[in-house]
Design a protein around this ligand. Structure first.
Ligand code: PBG
Ligand code: ZN
Length: 327
């Protein structure tokens, strides 16, 4: 395998040769597209820090879901901004809440589209924390009881996959038990297993108004310096019944995605989060980087690290690029 007998450039000579020996393939099948659902009708309000993404009323979310389906994107993940917030986030388990209504409307219009719903309380509590507070601290087990109610309510509405995102201990077991008890054994769980306390969620918190009014999430989300702990977290979630495990964010955590996918024999998802999207969009808007090339390179990198599924705001854009690229 030495020069000049071996010349690696031989297989880089033409696009057809490069295509033939390509190790990682990006496909529209890999993508999940996030949608932000808000009260009202006819609402399609641009999110300032996420150019090209919107706060959508249910009728508009149905349109955006249809567009994603037409592009071949297999699924969407829903985030809700409720009509009213309170101390425990009770609208999250309201059978007629924003997410429940959105699930019903989208499943009705697009029965073949995978509908996932994020399950956490930070969008629903008036203090912006991910559950019930007790003496200013997140009460893990009290919050689990509410989470169990919320996912059953999502299941009743027809969701395909629930995605608990609060990084509470035991959150997957709480979801699995309550779903099975209510005979929703076919509803899958995508666990936000290794979710880091990250500054990359900034634009998302603007989109759903979920920034904590005091303190932060470092008491439950992971310390970004850790990777062995991520593998532990993922193993626990698998033992508790997760169907898909997730690492989040993606780009500063490619080594975590690799460690998890080497260790775990389950589908691995990566969340290419709001701040990662916003950075690309901001630089592309200024003409400092080539948006099309950067998006393909970034998403391929996440796949190469070991992700089977990518949740990304670039899903429709990348789907169009992939369709165009097909020779
Ligand atoms: C919590 C949740 C967050 C994201 C997804 N689910 C934010 C947080 O933990 O504060 C972040 C997604 C993104 O930044 O794109 N419900
Ligand atoms: Zn939360």
């Amino acid at each position: 395998m030495n020069y000049p007998d071996y010349r690696p450039r031989r297989l880089r000579r033409t696009e057809a040769l490069r295509r033939m020996v390509r190790e990682t393939r990006l496909s529209v099948d890999d993508f999940i597209y996030p949608l932000f659902v808000v009260p009202g009708s006819g609402v399609e309000k641009p999110i300032g820090s996420l150019p090209g993404q919107f706060n959508l009323s249910i009728d508009k979310a149905v349109e955006h879901a249809a567009r994603a389906a037409d592009l071949g994107i297999p699924g969407v993940i829903l985030f809700g901004v409720p009509e009213r917030k309170d101390a425990v986030g009770s609208d999250c388990w309201n059978d007629h809440g924003i997410i429940q209504k959105a699930i019903r409307a989208i499943k009705k219009a697009q029965p073949n589209l995978v509908v996932m719903a994020d399950a956490c309380f930070c969008e629903y509590t008036d203090h912006g924390h991910c559950g019930v507070l007790h003496n200013g601290e997140l009460d893990n087990d009290a919050s689990l009881e509410n989470l169990a109610r919320a996912v059953v309510s999502y299941a009743k509405a027809g969701v395909d996959v629930v995605a608990p995102s609060g990084m509470l201990d035991g959150f997957v077991a709480a979801c699995r038990e309550s779903l099975d008890e209510q005979h929703y054994d076919q509803v899958a769980i995508l666990a936000y297993s290794a979710k880091y306390a990250s500054a990359y969620y900034g634009p998302f918190r603007e989109a759903v108004d979920s920034a904590p009014s005091s303190g932060d999430r470092r008491g439950h989300q992971m310390d970004y310096a850790n990777v062995a702990e991520a593998v532990r977290e993922v193993s626990m979630d698998v033992a508790e019944g997760a169907d898909i495990v997730m690492v989040k964010p993606a780009l500063a955590y490619l080594d975590v995605i690799r460690a998890v996918s080497d260790e775990i024999n389950m589908p691995v998802a990566a969340y290419n989060v709001s701040g990662e999207y916003a950075m690309i969009e901001a630089a592309a808007e200024r003409g400092w980087i080539d948006r099309e090339r950067i998006v393909m390179e970034t998403l391929t990198g996440i796949r190469r690290a070991g992700a089977d599924i990518i949740i990304t705001y670039h899903a429709p854009f990348a789907a169009k690029l992939l369709a165009k690229q097909r020779p």
